[in-house]
Design a protein around this ligand. Structure first.
Ligand code: BEZ
Length: 240
């Protein structure tokens, strides 16, 4: 399997950073918001899965889980599977990865489908050697030496990382939050708007600090409610 990490790890400006000795064994990519997600290829089914070919042009929820045939992971996979229509409605798709073998994953998927009455119709990638999951910073040795944490990436259609989150082994994620963030990103990208805390689709958005109030009044007219110079609410458009 090929893997590239955007060239070498040299800091172009010669900067250095001191870290505790135990952390300094090697340098590696730490995924950050705004990074283009690295391409990777990995055996899948009878062929190969090529990440960029699969992901480009869609919103992607790429998530790891610790271990097949465990309770929390089973509920998480079932939860994502149950929301397949919600993902499709948003032009989004899910992708899972773990260090489980493909054989164990297949048996586990059948059991999830039986117990939860869902169809697991998104790929579960098997990375038993841990090459992709380690590059994606999904194994946190002080949480567990071998198993992935519950890491999630939201990646936009141009392959840029837009959200990263990490949950511990013993707490499952809430997939509704993933959908909420995809909705918020779709509603605010490229229009000088931002989504306030707790925003849900249909709630007012707010004007970004990057746009002045005069320009916001010109652009949004009567839908704008100015509370002060930095709290400018945009009422959603009337639906009828
Ligand atoms: C779980 O998914 O239930 C789980 C997996 C690994 C460690 C602890 C819990």
């Amino acid at each position: 399997m090929g893997m590239s990490l955007f060239g070498q790890n040299a800091a172009p400006n010669g900067a250095t950073i001191e870290v505790p000795t135990g952390f300094a064994t090697h340098l590696r990519w730490i995924p950050r918001l705004g990074d283009i997600f690295p391409n990777f290829s990995i055996p899948y089914g009878d062929g190969e899965f090529h990440f960029h070919d699969w992901a480009e042009g869609s919103w992607v929820y790429f998530f790891s889980h610790p271990q097949a045939e465990t309770p929390v992971c089973s509920t998480e996979i079932a939860d994502v599977a149950a929301h397949g229509d919600e993902l499709a409605r948003r032009g989004a798709k899910a992708l899972n990865i773990s260090t489980d073998s493909a054989e164990v994953q297949q048996a586990w998927i059948a059991e999830i489908e039986r117990i939860f009455g869902v169809t697991v119709d998104f790929p579960l990638l098997s990375d038993p050697e841990g090459r992709v999951v380690s590059v994606c910073d999904m194994v946190h040795p002080h949480e567990d030496a071998l198993l992935c944490v519950r890491k999630g990436f939201i990646i936009d259609p141009s392959l840029r990382i837009r959200m990263i989150f990490e949950y511990p082994l013993n707490v499952g994620r809430d997939f509704e939050e993933v959908l909420r963030v995809i909705d918020a990103l779709r509603a605010t990208d490229h229009n000088d708007l931002v989504a306030p805390g707790g925003w849900m689709p249909g709630d007012p958005l707010m004007v970004s600090p990057a746009l002045g109030t005069a320009a916001a009044r010109d652009r949004f007219g009567a839908r704008l409610r100015v509370l002060n110079p930095y709290m400018r609410l945009l009422q959603p458009p009337q639906t009828r």
